[in-house]
Design a protein around this ligand. Structure first.
Ligand code: SF4
Length: 385
């Protein structure tokens, strides 16, 4: 099997491993290769805000673990492939020199133990950096059981590293991946990353994790309690939530799929925890600890808390402004700046600042008055802010 054939097998499964903000999928400059690279090249936004064409692939789809949800679990009948570090680095550089890809996301099945697998991921990144002088974006997965020195080596080579927690705690992970050890094998690697970051110039690469949502009976409260802990205690940049999709030939093949809307509401809530000053206790969970699906969580919170206590836009501090639906971190900064030049009196003043004024209107005062506005005929559910 040549390297391109391997990529066609090893690239597309990474669609279940979100890693950067992906805005579109496709191959920008290689119409002849477009079919071969479909599902392997993503237009992604790096942590620094740069848009790049990102090659996403596994190093190998061979795996000795038996996670209940995974297409590559040990013993499942599936066509497998593996790159050597040399082979993948060479292929990446060919695509890079043709202007097709600008960065790489590299994950792997576990073959020969976590540390051996991590060695091969690190070797690939080392070849790219040292032999080929590649200076662009590299995201490396940290394998379950990788050693502390390996985590440090990966961090010296990569712009981002990630550890897949998969579940919010030990009990839930047992129901998904009985041979993964939540605290020692996974969470400890995120703690090391945070410790090592403090020892690195420029604070080192950012870190992310992902959760499989809905296959272990976990509540949104459990997922977001762990997410809040990760943001506050181990400096996590981003938690990704992946709605469970059953895979034929796995123990969970008959488990119902999870609504993508649940994944979306969890993501919105994680932004509220990370960027908006919310605590997990403030989120609008129901009695079972789940979020409403029909409206975004900030809107539901505001209906409860701000309807009778509107926020005066001309005097509120930044964190209070961020509580208003339609006002995100950029909007709050623009409001604070605009207030230095005069009072804001009309919804049109907010629109000029890029604020979603119709979302904000039921919850604000403008110069002491509730703004006149036309309530929408249907709920405004799409926005995260
Ligand atoms: S370790 Fe990764 S590749 Fe292996 S079965 Fe589990 S999820 Fe799949």
């Amino acid at each position: 099997m040549d390297a391109l054939e391997k990529l066609k097998l090893l690239g597309p499964p990474t669609c279940f491993e979100p890693a950067e903000e992906v805005h579109a999928v496709g191959v920008r400059q290689a119409p002849g290769l477009a079919d071969d690279l479909a599902g392997c090249v993503y237009h992604a936004v790096t942590p620094g805000g740069k848009r790049i064409a990102l090659l996403k692939t596994l190093l190998t789809s061979a795996c000795e673990r038996d996670c209940f949800y995974c297409a590559f679990r040990q013993g499942r009948d599936v066509r497998r492939a593996a790159f050597s570090p040399d082979e993948l680095a060479r292929l990446f550089m060919q695509l890079h020199q043709q202007g097709i890809v600008e960065g790489i996301f590299l994950s792997s099945g576990v073959a020969g133990g976590g540390p051996n697998t991590e060695d091969r991921l690190i070797a690939t990144a080392e070849i790219l950096r040292r032999r080929y002088g590649f200076q662009g974006y590299i995201h490396l997965k940290i394998m379950p059981g990788a050693e502390r020195d390996q985590v440090a080596a990966a961090m010296r080579l990569a712009n981002r590293v990630s550890v897949n927690l998969e579940a919010p705690n030990t009990r839930r992970l047992q129901l998904l991946a009985p041979h993964k050890v939540f605290a020692e094998e996974l969470l400890q690697r995120l703690r090391w990353i945070e410790e090592l970051r403090h020892e690195m110039p420029g604070r080192g690469p950012s870190s992310t994790t992902q959760f499989v949502v809905g296959a272990a009976g976990e509540s949104d409260l459990e997922l977001l309690t762990t997410t809040e802990f990760l943001h506050r205690q181990v400096g996590l940049a981003r938690a990704y939530f992946v709605a469970f999709v059953p895979v034929p030939g796995t123990p969970l093949e008959n488990h119902p799929p999870t609504s993508p809307l649940r994944e979306h509401r969890l993501s919105q809530s994680s932004f509220l925890l990370r960027d908006y000053g919310f605590t997990v206790e403030e989120l609008p969970f129901d009695a079972e600890g789940n979020l409403p699906l029909e409206h975004d969580p900030k809107w539901v919170w505001a209906l409860r808390e701000l309807t009778n206590a509107p926020v005066e836009i001309n005097t509120a501090d930044r964190l209070t402004l961020l509580r208003v639906p339609g006002v995100g971190p950029k909007g709050a900064a623009r409001l604070l700046e605009a207030r230095r030049h005069g009072r804001l009196r009309e919804l049109s003043d907010l629109r000029k600042l890029g604020i979603a004024a119709d979302r904000a209107a039921p919850f604000i005062l403008l110069d002491g008055r509730r703004p006149a506005y036309q309530p929408p005929l249907w709920p405004l559910t799409g926005r995260a802010d």
